[in-house]
Design a protein around this ligand. Structure first.
Ligand code: UDP
Ligand code: MG
Length: 334
């Protein structure tokens, strides 16, 4: 198998067929042996039946179906766990990442690179707020990490089998794949492209998911916030100490002291604020520590065309006729 293509799917019913057609065209042109691994991340629309139909029609298509929405990074991870190719492509399902670029990615890869990521020259159809926060985030991250995580890139990229094997050795619960891939090293390069709008449907990345993703990136690859909390603590204590000396001096030597309500309030509020920030920063790290200590599986597979025995889960019980037509209800993801 030369190429595995991993496609995370969350409510992409509007895009699956067009995406498949374009991917298929690219593969036919490239003349490589390949597989498509679709990971259905708890979609609530008709994505799963579409994937079932594709898998039935085309032997290159495999799919995994999660028991609920586990998040984009976990969906990609599940694909990585299954990929058999010598090279692995990760691509979004919404056609914001043009499948045709895989030809260029693969050409660069064949020149001896282990990672070729697609760098966004421009991005269309995304809100100013999203573009601004993304830009700011990647630049802050680049400044506080020691490994260099490329700016303005998503997960659209091609990686070699040995990078994949390195990724499989990283059991962390809070995935930040673009950071992990940068961390692995080897020869990495990029190809530029213009990111277009989402073809259909709407984004599955809410601001909440983006924020937690950003925090995963920062906490996973930088201790700078912890150090900043310590530094802030020292700075504030320094000021507090000077004020204390001054207070004692005015009280004992000069015998001139004011009722001092304003200064009291200010110092209490300020100290309280700094302490809460520091505790919050530490809390973010502890939350991630505890998630890793729990060692839960990263995802649960509900269905796949690859036989349940591969995943060590019991085969699904026969579905009663009434349940077949009932709408599928799944708990919302985080
Ligand atoms: N996605 C996913 N799980 C999620 C959210 C998104 O698998 O919880 C998939 C989605 O189907 C798409 C890719 O991840 O293939 C990128 O998501 P999206 O286009 O919504 O993000 P954006 O491009 O807006 O950042
Ligand atoms: Mg998108």
């Amino acid at each position: 198998m030369e190429l595995s293509v991993i496609i995370p799917i969350y409510n992409e019913e509007a895009n699956i067929d067009a995406l498949y057609a374009r991917l298929r065209g690219v593969m036919d042109m490239m003349r490589v042996s390949y597989e498509f691994i679709f990971v259905n991340d708890g979609s609530r629309d008709q994505s799963l039946p579409l994937l079932r139909a594709l898998a039935a029609r085309d032997e290159h298509v495999r799919y995994l179906d999660f028991s609920r929405n586990f998040g984009h990074q976990i969906a990609v991870t599940a694909g990585l766990d299954q990929a058999q190719g010598a090279a692995i492509v990760i691509i979004d399902a919404d056609l914001q990442d043009p499948p045709e670029l895989i030809v260029d990615l693969y050409a660069r890869f064949r020149q001896g690179y282990d990672v070729v990521y697609a760098k966004r020259r421009s991005r269309q159809g995304e809100s100013q707020a999203k573009k601004f926060t993304a830009k700011a985030f990647y630049r802050i991250l680049a400044n506080i990490t020691r490994i260099s995580i490329p700016v303005d890139t998503g997960d659209f990229r091609i990686i070699s089998r040995r990078v994949l094997l390195a990724l499989r050795q990283m059991p962390e619960q809070h995935k930040f794949l673009r950071g992990q891939i940068a961390w692995v090293g080897y020869r990495q390069t990029f190809v530029e492209y213009d990111r277009s709008e989402r073809a259909g449907g709407e984004t599955g990345y809410t601001y909440r998911k983006m924020l937690s993703f950003a925090l995963d990136g920062i906490t996973g690859f930088s201790d700078t916030p912890l150090k900043a909390a310590t530094l802030m603590g020292f700075a504030v204590s320094g000021v507090a100490f000077l004020l204390m000396v001054y207070t004692l001096y005015s009280r004992l030597a000069r015998h001139d002291y004011e009722p001092g309500w304003a200064s009291l309030m200010m110092s209490i509020l300020f100290l309280g604020g700094v302490q809460l920030i520091a505790v919050g920063v530490i809390g973010e790290y502890i939350a991630r520590l505890s998630a890793n200590v729990r060692q839960r599986p990263l995802y649960i597979i509900a269905e796949t065309d690859h036989g349940p025995q591969d995943f060590g889960v019991a085969p699904a019980p026969p579905v009663p006729a009434a349940a077949v037509t009932a709408p599928e209800v799944r708990p919302a993801g985080r």
